[in-house]
Ligand binder design. Structure first.
Ligand code: ATP
Ligand code: MG
Length: 386
């Protein structure tokens, strides 16, 4: 019998919140493995057990899915056997010995069933002895082993695994509340979404598009990115906001140098309205300090002034190359790199203001029917569920 184990990291340390963390993590894990067959997910002593309930379960698929669930620091595939010395011996000889052959290893044992006759050190010694006998070229190294073999005596079975891997880390999605991600089709914002989801936030996303300046394929690309994020944060709603009229109004009535900063303020205002609607309590953007004109300290000051919500910018201190590495690891890079227009690239000023003055920006905005424009955009928003 094979099971998937997921071990808690930080989540295990959260004192009183612990039960909520465990409940949410169990739910997230159930959702993640559901596409791969019928699995039982249960929790005991800082470890989640994902057990297949039928022959046709796709355990490889489920294992990959569990690796992606935020909240697990370590994941492993373990084999279970009857709680007897014979059972343990056979499993070690037939299934674990090939994994430690010609390698250095150590055995760590845990015994949560205290009625089991061997204590942990004895169990480790016994298992080590069996592996030395049955695995050619295997050597014990308790300090820096190539493989650590875990023998865990639990209520019903003994579980043995070797080759545990790092889990996705972070905190279970949903333990930190919900935030609204401003999702463009670029490289940065999907990474920002990934990083905040990893810190336990459920996400909703908002995308601004400027038909006919931006086309159907640009939207399609954002949908794909939304789908990717949704699969990591237990589903997501994408709000697509028609933004053309706002942009045309700014273009026709405002000083060109302020175009970008005004557009960003409108984005924040509309995003804030939608955030309230969707029960989000913060905004998330993919901004990184100094990357472009709208990401200077003064520009950010003007942007933040347009919302009453906290704005999370998880990429603020990262270089573009570091962001690209993360996008590649998450899997979004290839989609983000498809070359379709974003609404930010239409009507870009030749010389954007690097040090916009808040008072001036506010005044210029007041010269527009901005409340009406925001309202109109919110009303025309299309919602998609992923
Ligand atoms: P990205 O790679 O995420 O597009 P960027 O480097 O192109 O970022 P900007 O275009 O200045 O930078 O956008 C900064 C942030 O504003 C983005 O990371 C995103 O959070 C938000 N944003 C930009 N354009 C849009 C859009 N069309 N819809 C929703 N949010 C957007
Ligand atoms: Mg962009």
């Amino acid at each position: 019998m094979e099971v998937i184990l997921g071990k808690l990291g930080e989540a295990a340390l959260k004192g009183d919140n612990r039960r909520t963390f465990e409940r949410i993590l169990a739910e997230n894990t159930r959702k993640a493995v559901a596409p791969f067959g019928a699995f039982d997910v249960h929790y005991a002593q800082s470890t989640f057990y994902v057990k297949p309930l039928a022959e046709d379960c796709d355990i490889d698929g489920a294992y990959e899915a569990v690796k992606g669930v935020f909240g697990f620091t370590v994941v492993a595939r373990a084999l279970g056997c009857a709680k007897t010395e014979e059972g343990i011996g056979e499993l070690l000889r037939t299934r674990i010995a090939p994994l430690v052959a010609h390698k250095t290893f150590k055995v760590e044992s845990r015994r949560s069933d205290k009625s089991f006759p061997l204590k942990s050190p004895q169990l480790s010694a016994m298992a080590g002895g069996i592996l030395l006998e049955s695995a050619p070229g295997a050597k014990v190294d308790v300090h820096q082993p190539q493989v650590t073999v875990f023998v865990e005596v639990r209520e019903e079975y003994v579980f043995i695994h070797a080759g545990a891997e790092r889990g996705a880390g972070g905190l279970p999605v949903g333990t930190g509340g919900k935030a609204m991600l401003l999702l463009s089709g670029g490289i940065d914002s999907p990474v920002a979404g990934y990083m905040t989801a990893k810190r336990g936030l459920r996400l909703c996303a908002v995308h601004f598009f400027s038909f006919p300046y931006t086309g159907e394929r640009a939207k399609q690309k954002v949908m794909e990115l939304a789908q990717m994020l949704a699969s990591r944060c237990g589903g997501m709603t994408l709000c697509c906001v028609p933004f053309t009229r706002v942009q045309e109004m700014i273009r026709d009535h405002c000083r060109e140098e302020l175009f970008t900063i005004l557009m960003r303020r409108f984005m924040m205002q509309i995003a804030t309205r939608l955030a309230y609607k969707e029960h989000c309590r913060a905004l998330v953007t993919g901004e990184s300090l100094g990357q472009v004109a709208s990401q200077t300290i003064d520009a950010i000051r003007c942007t933040d002034d347009a919302t009453s919500m906290p704005v999370f910018r998880p990429l603020i201190g990262l270089d573009k190359l570091e962001i690209i590495e993360r996008a590649r690891a998450f899997g979004s890079l290839e989609v983000s790199e498809r070359p379709y227009e974003d609404c930010c690239t239409v009507f870009t000023p030749r010389h954007p203001e690097l040090r916009p003055k808040l008072e001036e920006v506010r005044q210029v905005q007041e010269s527009l029917p901005w409340e009406e424009l925001v309202e109109e955009a919110v009303q025309a928003t299309e919602f998609y569920k992923f």
